[in-house]
Design a protein around this ligand. Structure first.
Ligand code: GRF
Length: 220
């Protein structure tokens, strides 16, 4: 790690549901002794299942419910205030099911990262596994990317790919993709906290040491 970086990078993870990617990040951060700590897990709904797991791990948690706010902007402003209490270096979206306003995204420019369950730029938005099956692609996967104001778009840090198999349903395919999400997201965040990732002037991502940035699950 370059010497100019502070000892531990501060991470805040945003979730909306079960939080299996959040768990993969927390485990990897601890088990691989990253120069980082997960300071807080914040959910877009108070009943997000992942919150209780995070609490059990001794991680600070918070929740904001969008229905308590008059507008998307008001929700995002409150969310940013809650996040900024923890002074994060990076904000990691891990199954955070809210479209974020440009103001929010720009506030965290270069520090906001998402995982999306498709090989972007294919299948932005929802129901990616059903879309993959409907179109007949034979290769599917996930993408870890910097967030830009355009939904499910932005410079790609890493991808994971899986085969689509005969007889797959959206749920079967989702499980296969999730396994590779749990490889690709921790790997990408590790590069970030080690200070090994940079955006080039033409908005490509470079990673020091040129590691393999494609992860696979199952025989391709
Ligand atoms: C993952 O497939 C993620 O890529 C997508 O939503 C799902 C969240 O799963 N954005 P989990 O909450 O991390 O288990």
């Amino acid at each position: 790690m370059p010497e100019s970086l502070p000892l531990k990078r501060r991470l805040v993870i945003l979730i909306s549901g079960r939080g299996s990617n959040m768990q993969a990040l927390v485990h990897a951060c601890r088990d691989e002794a990253w120069p980082a700590e997960v300071c807080a897990v914040i959910a877009s709904r108070p009943d997000a299942a992942g919150l209780s797991w995070a609490r059990e791990q001794g991680i600070a948690t918070g929740a904001l419910y969008h229905k308590d706010f008059p507008s998307r902007e008001a929700f995002d402003t409150a969310l940013a205030e809650e996040i900024d209490r923890y002074q994060p270096d990076y904000v990691l979206l891990a199954g955070f099911m809210r479209v974020l306003t440009p103001g929010f995204v720009n506030h965290y420019a270069g520090r906001l990262v998402n995982i999306h369950p498709s090989l972007l730029p294919m299948f932005p938005g929802l129901h990616t596994h059903a879309q993959a099956l409907a179109t007949g692609v034979q290769l599917h996967g996930c993408t870890v990317h910097f967030v830009t104001p355009v939904l499910d778009h932005g410079p790609i840090i890493a991808q994971g790919c899986v085969p689509v198999r005969v007889g797959d349903t959206p749920d079967i395919l989702a499980d296969r993709v999730l396994a590779v999400e749990h490889q690709a997201y921790p790997a990408a965040v590790r590069w970030l906290v080690e200070g090994r990732v940079r955006l080039t002037v033409d908005h490509r991502v470079e990673v020091d040491g040129d590691p393999q940035r494609l992860f696979t699950e199952g025989e391709i």
